[in-house]
Structure formats: structure tokens, C-alpha cells
Write a protein that binds this ligand. Structure first.
Ligand code: HEC
Length: 156
């Protein structure tokens, strides 16, 4: 087993054991990702392996490691100004922020920045919260989630 696949396996095992029961279902999240997200995004690790979605998909930023990452920081991706501002103001993606973002990116950025004219360049919305949580559970498998974060989540 390579070091990379070990890391992925570790993240998966963690996601399956450490999350509370109300968290999403990663298998359902995978099929939702395939039908709803991969038209614009993929998940590509640091070695360049495409772990979900299609190669050379650059409409949306790479979602590898997105949980725990500062918003708007994939190098070389041309984000809109609002999401970059939100990241600089301290937005680091976690489940609590990703759910409202996926349900309505414009409103989420407006509320986060307290700026009526904030805009998202992601012109897509997930229809319901359960699907958003499933997709987040799927993406968590490709993110290194620290133990401390998980504790904070289950306490909050
Ligand atoms: C029509 C294309 C499109 C679809 C479909 C789409 N996205 Fe996006 N997504 C984008 C674009 C473009 C951005 C950059 C937004 C900006 O710059 O304001 C983005 C940004 C994001 C971000 C922020 C990433 C970062 O680096 O801060 C996340 C998370 C995300 N999308 C998740 C998803 C998920 C999950 C789905 C499926 C439910 C999805 N997107 C569907 C185009 C899309």
C-alpha cells in the first residue's frame, strides 16, 4: 500500500467511525457528486491522481482536501472576489458552513461577508440538506480532518 493510498484509507476509516450518526452517507454522496458536481469539479490528489470525477475538469476548483481548507485558495483557479474575501476573513470549510453554501452559495456569501452585493461564481444549488450532508460525507474521505475538529463538531 502506498503512502498516499494509506492516507486515503485512514481518512475513510476515520470518516466512518468518528462522525456522529446524523452525518451524511458517503455512498449516497458519491452518486450525488457524480450526478450534480462532476460537471464542474473533480477531486485530484497532490500526486495528480483523479479520485472522483473526470480529468481536466477546471470549471470549478479541485475539491481534494476541501474540508478544513481556507475558502477560495486553490492555486491557479480564478475565483470570484467574494469567496476569496470570505476565506481571507477566516472562512475554513467545515460541514456547518458547507451545507448552507451548497444550498445557496450567493446567500451564504452575502451573510458571511455581511455584504448585500457579494456573489458566488458557482451557479448551482443542492436541493435539500440531506443530499448536501451526503456529499460532504463523501468529500470528507478526501480530506484530512483533524481529531480536534471532530471533537469540536460533536460537542457543538
Ligand atoms: C456549474 C458548475 C458547478 C457545479 C455544478 C458545482 N460547482 Fe462548486 N463551484 C463552481 C465554481 C465556478 C466555484 C468557484 C466559486 C467562486 O469563485 O465564487 C465553485 C466552488 C465550490 C466550492 C468552494 C471551493 C473552494 O476552494 O473554496 C465548493 C466546496 C464547491 N464548489 C462544491 C460543490 C459541490 C459539492 C457541488 C455538487 C453538489 C458543486 N460544487 C457543483 C462551479 C460548480
Amino acid at each position: 500500500m502506498t503512502r498516499l493510498s494509506y492516507a486515503t484509507f485512514g481518512a475513510m476509516a476515520f470518516a466512518m467511525t468518528a462522525f456522529p450518526a446524523f452525518a451524511g452517507d458517503p455512498a449516497a454522496g458519491e452518486s450525488a457528486f457524480t450526478s450534480q458536481c462532476q460537471n464542474c469539479h473533480n477531486v485530484t490528489n497532490d500526486a495528480g491522481e483523479v479520485l472522483a470525477g473526470r480529468p481536466n475538469m477546471r470549471t470549478g476548483p479541485n475539491l481534494y482536501g476541501v474540508i478544513g481548507r481556507q475558502a477560495g485558495t486553490i492555486e491557479g483557479f480564478r475565483y470570484g472576489a467574494s469567496i476569496v474575501d470570505a476565506g481571507e476573513a477566516g472562512l475554513v470549510w467545515n460541514e456547518d458552513d458547507l451545507v448552507p453554501y451548497l444550498l445557496d452559495p450567493n446567500t451564504f456569501l452575502r451573510e458571511t461577508l455581511d455584504e448585500r452585493r457579494a456573489r458566488s461564481q458557482m451557479s448551482f444549488r443542492v436541493r435539500d440538506e440531506d443530499t448536501a450532508r451526503d456529499i460532504i460525507a463523501f468529500l470528507t474521505q478526501f480530506s484530512e480532518v483533524e481529531d480536534d475538529d471532530a471533537e469540536e463538531e460533536s460537542e457543538g
